[in-house]
Design a protein around this ligand. Structure first.
Ligand code: PEP
Ligand code: MN
Length: 692
């Protein structure tokens, strides 16, 4: 192609890449220096008797870094993610320092040997490497020794021929790893650590192997259950079980057959010169395995470190025995992180219960708990106490909007004590939703985000998902300003059949992608019973819109799913009808429901609907479910949305769901009510000023 214009001079790619390499090297040098100082910090903390994790100091640090980053044009989210990891790394290295001091020579060193099941490149091996390197546990690399079975690995630790062992214990797709639980019961090793690994099993094989014509796939039992959906889709292909994923890769490499493949890690592919034919073929994208690290003897955990204790117990053979045992934890407010049951060989229909809980075995609290448990069980064994691998991230509000008023106004809405006297709730067509049935407020937990816990929560996003660019931009805007959940319609209930109907499942994927990218759960509306399961597979919360409030077949179906539901009040429905409608969902089994007032039809035409603000205190009296306000659909005009949103907080709602758009004029639905970004930002700042 010829052009008249002179070619634009640009820097050659190779030069740019060299510059990137140079900068990255600088980053690594700085990180390594920072790590060295973090190690000195823990010593200084000890000398000065300072607390191990100074959360206000961490928050201050993060806020300062976010502001400094912004000056340099870096996004708040980007800076937050990086510093979360940097802080977590510093915390982990300080933990390791304390652990080494406390346990002396028994702690992991570069000359330790670590037993694992499988060969190099297996997921177990990768987890072991990550455990060793994720912190400053050792300066060198310990020796990894592979065994054919979990049992052999455990025996090697028991016999003292290996210092440590690493074993998978549970997977987020396939659940507990039974063989390992059973081995723990019958061996004399102690759990001294844990590691979580994101596992991305890939289909690997000879270069250009034809996926649809494969005849044989090698996989470990764990990979087969993690990837069952993918494997079911392959016809005329046999599955050969092998001890671990890397052995499968080795077999494919040895045979050199294009019709053979294996489910294994990308590292295994590299190790055996194979190609990745398809990335991450697990049923769930977020597929994690938790591994435990075992040693011959227990190790002590410094009291300042968040630790877990792992036990196994056999309860008495009487009704309520497990409940009684669990109440011991509840009474002391001890948080259980895992409960798994396994049959007892030789005692048919009796179970052993494996429990992990947060607490240090040397603390008086845990000692007293275990003492109480011994009175209630037939058998109890402590499997170990170890530092929890998750480091709680530091949470900061945006500095410029974290304004607290001097004194908070307390809105207290008492239970409706008059209504039941006039007519029992069940005669009014509902009972499960009432405070008579359940006096405590329902709190819904969506991936760590709590709805109805007393904190005002904002769900925000566009009316409809329109494109990747649009929803990504909205997700960033929502997240940067403190909204906790992302909204976006993909099936739109439109008054006219000629209006934009939504992007459907393609839009759902974009919404989920955006939510993941910015760390927010997502909510979207479902209009038909046929779509419920498919949408619920991906969306975190299902919305039932105003027009469907009395679509009883839809209510019955969402009553049977595991996702939380937001039920919007119909535009011509009474509060009583709303309560009857939500009763359908609770009666179906799903108790994770919250309600949303979104404006009702009245004679008034100044607004799209009339926001029935009194519905909030009325509903608060009558039901234990969280109550939201949708100021956008009530107002219909963007300028009226902020005052209604502020009123929602003042009146005691649990949160709002609000619409905004990067370019409201171009919105494919509800443009007139969409806040512009600056309006949304101001609203979020103003909301923080109201404290109820
Ligand atoms: C929506 O939230 O996008 C919506 C359609 O709301 P409503 O059902 O309240 O009209
Ligand atoms: Mn809308």
């Amino acid at each position: 192609m010829t052009t008249d214009t002179a070619p634009i001079k640009s820097t050659p790619l190779s030069e740019l890449r060299s510059e990137i390499d140079r900068l990255d090297q600088g980053l690594l040098t700085i990180l390594s220096k920072r790590r060295a100082i973090a190690k000195q910090v823990v010593e200084a903390k000890e000398t000065e008797h300072a607390i191990l994790r100074d959360i206000p100091r961490e928050q201050q640090l993060l806020q300062q870094r976010i502001s400094a980053g912004r000056e340099l044009g870096l996004e708040a989210q980007h800076v937050t993610n990086i510093f979360h990891e940097v802080i977590a790394e510093a915390v982990r290295s300080q933990h390791d320092h304390l652990q080494a001091k406390l346990n002396g020579s028994t702690v992991l060193t570069h000359s330790s040997s670590i037993a694992f099941q499988g060969i190099e490149g297996s997921f177990c091996h990768l987890a072991g490497r990550s455990f060793v390197s994720s912190s400053s546990k050792t300066s060198g690399t310990p020796t990894f020794i592979g065994f054919k079975t979990y049992q052999e690995a455990v025996r090697a630790v028991e016999a003292g021929s290996c210092d440590y062992g690493i074993l998978p214990i549970e997977n987020t797709t396939s659940g507990g790893i039974n063989d390992v639980y059973d081995l723990l019961l019958n061996s004399r090793v102690s759990i001294v650590g844990e590691e979580k690994l994101r596992v991305s099993p890939c289909l690997i094989g000879m270069p250009n192997a034809p996926i649809s014509h494969l005849e044989r796939i090698y996989a470990s039992a764990l990979s087969v259950s993690e990837c069952s959906n993918f494997l079911t889709g392959l016809t005329d292909c046999s599955i050969e079980f092998c001890n671990d994923s890397a052995i499968g890769a080795k077999l494919v490499h040895t045979a050199g057959n294009k019709l053979h493949a294996a489910i294994a890690s990308t590292e295994a592919a590299e190790m055996f010169g194979l190609s990745v034919l398809q990335r991450n073929v697990a049923n769930q994208e977020d597929n994690f395995t938790r591994f435990i690290v075992i040693a011959k003897h227990p190790q002590k955990v410094d009291a300042r470190i968040t630790s877990k204790t792992s036990i196994v117990m056999h309860t008495l053979n009487k009704p309520g025995a497990l409940v009684e045992a669990l109440l011991v934890f509840k009474e002391r407010e001890i948080n259980l992180t895992k409960l798994e049951s396994r049959p007892i060989p030789g005692n048919s229909w009796e179970e052993m219960f494996y429990i992990d809980f947060l607490g240090n075995i040397d603390s008086d609290l845990v000692k007293a708990t275990l003492a109480d448990l011994t009175k209630l069980v037939r058998f109890i064994k402590v499997l170990g106490c170890f530092p929890a691998c998750d480091v709680e991230p530091t949470v900061v509000e945006r500095p410029e909007i974290a304004i607290k008023p001097k004194a908070a106004i307390v809105i207290e809405i008492k239970e409706d004590t008059t209504a039941p006297k006039s007519a029992p709730a069940k005669d009014r067509g509902y009972k499960l939703v009432t405070r008579e049935h359940k006096s405590s407020n329902t709190i819904i937990d969506v991936g760590g985000v709590k709805i109805g816990d007393g904190n005002f929560l904002v769900i925000a996003g566009p009316c409809s998902v329109e494109s990747r660019e649009q929803i990504m931009s909205c997700a960033k805007e929502a997240r940067d300003n403190g909204a906790k959940i992302l909204r976006g319609g993909v099936f739109k209930p439109r008054s006219s059949p000629y209006s934009f109907q939504g992007m459907g499942y393609e839009g759902l994927d974009l919404l989920v992608e955006a939510g993941k990218a910015f760390g927010m759960p997502v909510i979207t509306e479902v209009m038909t019973t046929e779509d419920v399961d498919r949408v619920a597979e991906k969306a975190d919360i299902i919305q039932i819109g105003a027009r469907n409030m009395q679509n009883f077949s839809l209510l019955k179906v969402v009553g049977q799913i595991r996702r939380p539901i937001m039920l919007k009040r119909g535009m011509s429905s009474s509060i009583e009808e709303l309560l009857q409608a939500v009763e359908y969902i609770l009666a179906g089994g799903n108790q994770q429901v919250f309600l949303c007032e979104r404006g009702i039809r009245t004679f008034e035409t100044a607004t799209r609907g009339t926001l029935d603000i009194s519905a909030v205190p009325v509903l608060k009296q009558r039901t234990h479910l969280p109550i939201f306000i949708d100021p956008s659909h009530a107002a219909g005009v963007r300028e009226l949305v902020p005052p209604l949103a502020l009123a929602a907080k003042a009146v005691g709602a649990d949160g709002i769901i609000v619409e905004f758009h990067p370019e409201p004029e171009k919105a494919l639905s509800d443009g007139p009510q969409a806040l512009r970004y600056p309006q949304f930002e101001k609203l979020m700042a103003d909301l923080r000023r109201i404290q109820v």
